[in-house]
Design a protein around this ligand. Structure first.
Ligand code: IPD
Length: 272
């Protein structure tokens, strides 16, 4: 709730102004003063209560902090997921917070601010949207005939990468899916909220190449706790640092989509 921190942080809705040097990795990777202030506020507040805990925050890393996920209790924070949306007032932005111990997410929260939707999950305790249990769609794939995969809604993102290889791969992947065919391909502009669409059954698949751990650490657990599957885009085990994710309503759907999409090289989040 922006009002609850109005003394220390400007109301984000009123302050979608990119800071000087607001471009990060590319022309589509922005930071605003609000991103920085929300992250500082969250870290300061949590640290007061848990002084020993570690933090991985998008803007602290962007400012040059070293990224290392250890076994220690760690908070992985994206203060505004969907910063480009925020700057343009496109109404999907979220705060994403995951808490890990031994490199495993124990709970995750995604707060979709404009529509006031609080998605959350705790390991082994289920996933919830504003207190109501969430369930993935249960759409089952049929690897041989593609019948059920062709009834899927797939969410993905163009992402912030703008080099030729990335753009060709991203657009070719969308064409390949449309030709399967799937029912539709969507993009909301925030990886965290995109993933929550799979958790809530509104979409059957989400995949993304090039996002960062803070974009999906919380929502990956939310999908799993809603009964969905999370893996690497190549079908391997999910690795939060790999910058690749594929979430789906069932492992059959996930495996089929993994056969269709191609990837492009991205530097791992934890690479020195
Ligand atoms: C971005 C969003 C976007 C995705 C980008 C992310 P940010 O996060 O999740 O949907 O396409 O790859 O970087 O920068 O707004 O926190």
């Amino acid at each position: 709730n922006p009002d609850s921190y109005s003394n220390s942080v400007p109301n984000p809705v009123l302050n979608p102004i990119p800071v000087p040097n607001s471009l990060k990795s590319s022309a589509a990777d922005l930071v605003t003063e609000t991103d920085q202030r929300v992250e500082k506020f969250l870290i300061m507040t949590i640290r007061r209560r848990f002084p020993q805990h570690r933090f991985i925050g998008e803007e602290s890393i962007g400012a040059g902090e070293h990224l290392e996920l250890t076994d220690s209790p760690t908070w992985i924070i994206d203060p505004i997921d969907g910063t480009v949306n925020f700057v343009h007032r496109f109404p999907f932005v979220a705060v994403s917070i995951a808490f890990t111990v031994n490199k495993r997410t124990e709970f995750g929260i995604v707060y979709s601010c404009v529509d006031n939707k609080l998605f959350c999950a705790q390991r082994g305790q289920g996933a919830f949207l504003n207190g109501v249990p969430l369930h993935a769609s249960g759409q089952e794939g049929d690897i041989l005939h593609d019948y059920n995969v062709s009834r899927c809604v797939v969410v993905t993102e163009i992402g912030a990468e703008r080099d030729d290889e990335a753009l060709t791969t991203v657009t070719t992947n969308i064409c390949r899916l449309l030709k399967l065919p799937v029912h539709g391909v969507r993009a909301l502009g925030t990886a965290a909220v995109d993933m929550c669409q799979v958790a809530s059954g509104a979409a059957d698949v989400y995949y993304h190449i090039g996002m960062h751990c803070w974009d999906i650490a919380a929502s990956a657990l939310i999908v799993q706790e809603a009964g969905g599957i999370v893996m690497d885009t190549d079908g391997a085990e999910f690795d939060m640092m790999s910058r690749r994710v594929l979430a789906a309503s069932s492992s059959a759907v996930a495996s089929r989509i993994a056969q269709v999409i191609r990837t492009f090289p991205c530097r791992r989040d934890d690479e020195d």
